[in-house]
Design a protein around this ligand. Structure first.
Ligand code: SR1
Ligand code: MG
Length: 404
């Protein structure tokens, strides 16, 4: 019988005992079921149900290596960063973030709200489902969690304490390698290029010196601009959704970095959904994605300005031209970071199902090139992407190139 006073990696039986020991309402439950449901690259996720009352919770535990590969040896303390980020984001963006019931630093796990009534957004998008409130919800999340953890709003000493608390070197290193370096240099030989696109990748990514310069700038921006508490991995696999609700999960990559990293991830992952929709010629779906790409940029811009006026405490930030300058830089970062996410998910180690599950090889190759063409454009010319309409033009131009 475990007492859970020392870390070990739990199995489903252990998790049942754990929940009985730690969660009061499960203490006397006679019939508990537990299933491992994680499909992420790093951790173990269990759904635990009291079959009598139907109450359910999620237990998420960090192992000592990443699920995707033992090459990534990681401190299990990442679970604390993830849980504390969720707790802070929950207060900043109520209703849009999963709720935490318990953080257990010894077992490197947390117990949280079960969101199984919702669907992981990537899965839903792969089935061409559309979500009318997504753009509204995700821009509320972005503006509130990003602007309100920046020096524009926070007391600067409090912010520096948070920067220290959320220093996350191991998971940042994963992103520095997988997002900012390997897709362009294949320096660890971990890239996997789909046969048929090797020459395209060689020319557009590996041998593109102008691109390498812009990627280097973005990497140093990621490593050195402690702008806000960013989620750090805000792709559509980190979002639960249905027709009414949107809930963000999984901020284990959280740290103080550039706001554009999160916004760019949202934009890039919508573009993956677009590329899949285009591969299956689903016009209704691609139109919804286009509208959503447009709305995310438009709503972010509008809400950011309002939130700035409502919440800025820093005296020099009251200068209207500074607000413009600050926002323009965020939007510039957004474009570059979106380009990086697009490139790394096509050629790098961690791919996305939107593209890998396209059955026709011809269509998959085309979808990949579409994403890479947009990626290169975004990285090379980030200042030209200040509005959603400019992203749509880049998508249409890339489609035209492909259809030539
Ligand atoms: C080793 S982890 C690979 C990827 O999975 C996570 O979700 C992050 O996106 C990371 O880059
Ligand atoms: Mg994750």
């Amino acid at each position: 019988m475990h007492t859970f006073e020392q870390y070990f990696l739990m199995n489903t039986d252990d998790v049942i005992q754990y929940v009985k020991a730690k969660i009061e309402s499960f203490q006397n439950a006679q019939q508990i079921t537990c299933k491992e449901i994680g499909d992420g690259n790093l951790n173990y996720v269990y759904r635990v149900v009291n079959e009598e009352t139907k109450e359910s919770v999620i237990v998420k535990q960090a192992g000592t290596t990443a699920r995707i590969s033992d090459e990534f040896v990681l401190s299990t303390s990442r679970n604390k960063i993830e849980t504390e980020a969720l707790q802070l984001q929950h207060t900043l963006a109520p209703g849009l973030v999963t709720e935490i019931y318990l953080l257990d630093e010894t077992m490197s796990c947390c117990v949280m709200e079960d969101l199984s009534h919702l669907t992981i957004m990537r899965t839903a998008l792969a089935n061409f489902e559309t979500f009318p409130h997504f753009a509204e919800h995700i821009t509320d999340f972005l503006v509130n969690t990003l602007l309100r953890t920046s020096d524009v709003v926070l007391n600067h000493k409090d912010k520096k304490e948070l920067v220290a608390k959320f220093t996350n070197p191991e998971l940042c290193e994963i992103s520095e390698d997988l997002v900012f370096t390997e897709p362009f240099h294949n320096n660890f030989n971990r890239n996997e290029v789909t046969p048929g696109n090797e020459q395209f990748v060689q020319t557009h990514l590996y041998e593109n010196e102008a691109l390498h310069l812009e990627v280097a700038k973005l990497k140093f921006q990621f490593m050195n601009n402690s702008q806000s508490l960013i989620h750090g991995d805000l792709h559509t696999g980190s979002i639960f959704i249905d027709q009414n609700d949107t809930k963000v999960i999984d901020p284990e990559f959280a740290f103080f970095g550039p706001m554009g990293y999160d916004i760019g991830n949202v934009m890039a992952n919508l573009i993956f959904a677009f590329a899949r929709g285009d591969a299956y010629q689903n016009k209704e779906f691609t139109e919804w994605v286009e509208n959503t790409l447009f709305d995310v940029m438009d709503l972010f811009d509008t809400k950011f300005r309002i939130a700035w006026d409502d919440h800025a405490t820093e005296l020099v930030a009251k200068n209207v031209d500074f607000k413009e300058h600050y926002l323009q830089n965020i939007l510039k970062d957004t474009a570059g970071m979106a380009g990086l996410e697009l490139a790394r998910r096509i050629v790098g180690l961690a791919k996305v199902k939107d593209i890998t599950t396209i059955e026709s090889i011809e269509n998959r190759l085309k979808a990949e090139r579409l994403c890479l063409r947009v990626a290169v454009e975004l990285i090379l010319n980030p200042s030209e992407f200040q509005t959603g309409g400019q992203y749509l033009t880049a998508l249409q131009n890339a489609l035209q190139e492909e259809n030539k």
